[in-house]
Design a protein around this ligand. Structure first.
Ligand code: S3P
Length: 172
């Protein structure tokens, strides 16, 4: 149990659960968005504004490839879109990598994301029904990629520490 990758939609708890999992297992935690922000010295929102989504996806792809080629023990939280572009989902099928999809329901994601959408470039400008419809369609399109993870864990109505324990019990 050394290379663990957490996938899931924005707001599914990847980073929070990844950090707890790291504390409980002693395996170092990394967040792909944070690596990109550190490398570029820009926030994800600034990158979306300055270089646009397509160049961001290329950067995300290169950063993931470099990470997987150079790190040998990790818990890695991906961005919500990472597995859905540039064939990144194939990386998760590689031998030795344990991918876990943190699956939240549409209703739960809408509830969690509504109050904090300002900080998320893809949904910052969406309101009301437009916002709900966007998340529904986006989640539907992305589920194909998320579901290729080795394990799928439902996260609705569960505390992050309990989810981390569930992941540990699956992996040991
Ligand atoms: C994105 C999710 C974000 C970040 C970027 C794009 C997406 O990461 O990579 O804003 O396409 O779903 P989190 O899922 O960690 O919020």
């Amino acid at each position: 149990m050394k290379k663990i990758v957490l996938v899931g939609y924005m707001g599914s708890g990847k980073s929070t659960i990844g950090k707890i999992l790291s504390e409980k297992t002693g395996i170092p935690f990394f967040d792909l968005d944070e690596i990109i922000e550190k490398n570029t010295q820009k926030t994800i929102s600034e990158l979306f504004l300055e270089i646009g989504e397509i160049k961001f996806r290329k950067l995300e792809h290169e950063t993931l490839n470099h990470f997987l080629a150079t790190q040998f023990s990790f818990i890695l939280s991906l961005g919500g879109g990472t597995p859905c572009y540039a064939n990144n989902h194939l990386q998760l099928l590689k031998e030795g990598i344990t991918s876990v999809y943190l699956k939240a329901s549409l209703q739960e994601l809408i509830r969690r994301l509504e109050p904090e959408k300002k900080h998320r470039p893809l949904i910052a400008s969406k309101d009301g029904e437009d916002f709900q419809e966007f998340i529904a369609k986006h989640l539907f399109e992305r589920s194909y990629f998320y579901n290729q993870a080795k394990y799928v864990i439902s996260v609705d109505a569960k505390m992050p520490a309990a989810i981390a324990d569930e992941i540990i019990s699956i992996l040991t």
